[in-house]
Write a protein that binds this ligand. Structure first.
Ligand code: G3P
Ligand code: CA
Length: 240
């Protein structure tokens, strides 16, 4: 089975990393929902991709310079379209509350920098809702992945990378990750690394194949799932 991994929810039908985008992803058949977590100045995990709120809200400034109350006061929908005016940047807690009743797994990307306490607060939010078994915590920053391992060794981990070679395999082993998620091009042009990761028991889910012509080659290359914006389209393609 190939996983349909909803990248920031279903961001072609609703603003990325918002509750309507996650609800739409579930309706469209996502088997895994991916989202991005950063912490506010006062240590509240919120779900937002960029370092700043500038692109996806009507505010400005870096997430870690703003309080949770300040971020809660921003409009995270108008930039996407008039029908989404008034949407908020969700907290991690709100996101997990929405996703918890579903059957989907959670691919939680912790954006660096993340302190040990911040990693602990992400793990705590999952634990409070009994979601640790359904979650994979991933990051582009190996140090963040190490923190996850230190805080909650029982929770599955993933590594995101901009490189895909023998060192990737070695780092994946060292970190004990279940997923190593590289770019589409890396998967399509790295058969040796794909084979070595498979031999090490590490699955691969590339980001972010939004060109449907990429799907067949990626599945044939051994991808366990595709992290895409085209959630409903991928579900339909897999079920055709
Ligand atoms: O899960 C992989 C993918 O989300 C990584 O890239 O920039 O969309 O967070 P980005
Ligand atoms: Ca992400």
């Amino acid at each position: 089975m190939t996983h349909v991994v909803a990248h920031r929810g279903y961001p072609t039908v609703a603003p990325e990393n918002t509750l309507p985008a996650f609800a739409a992803a579930l309706r469209a058949g996502a088997t895994i929902v991916e989202f991005d977590v950063r912490c506010t100045r006062d240590g509240v995990p919120v779900v937002i991709h960029d370092r700043t709120v500038n692109r996806t809200t009507n505010g400005s400034g870096r997430v870690w310079d703003l309080t949770a109350d300040q971020i809660a006061g921003l409009d995270a929908g108008s930039w996407f379209g008039p029908g989404f005016t008034g949407l908020r940047v969700p907290t991690l807690a709100e996101t997990l509350d929405l996703l918890a009743p579903s059957a989907a797994e959670l691919l939680v990307e912790i954006k660096p920098p993340a302190t040990l306490d911040e990693v602990k607060s992400v793990v705590a939010a999952l634990a409070e809702r009994d979601l640790l078994d359904r979650a994979v915590l991933q990051s582009f920053d190996a140090d963040v992945v190490r923190k996850v391992r230190d805080v909650a060794p029982e929770v599955r981990r993933g590594l995101l990378l901009f490189r895909f070679d023998a060192e990737t395999v070695e780092l994946s082993r060292e970190l004990g990750v279940v997923y190593c998620n590289p770019s589409v091009d890396d998967v399509l042009h790295g058969p040796e690394t794909m084979a070595a990761l498979a031999a090490a028991g590490v699955a691969v889910m590339p980001w972010t194949p939004n060109d449907m012509a990429q799907w067949r080659p990626l599945v044939d290359a051994g991808a366990a799932g595709l992290i895409t914006d085209l959630v409903g389209e991928l579900t339909g393609w897999l079920n055709a």
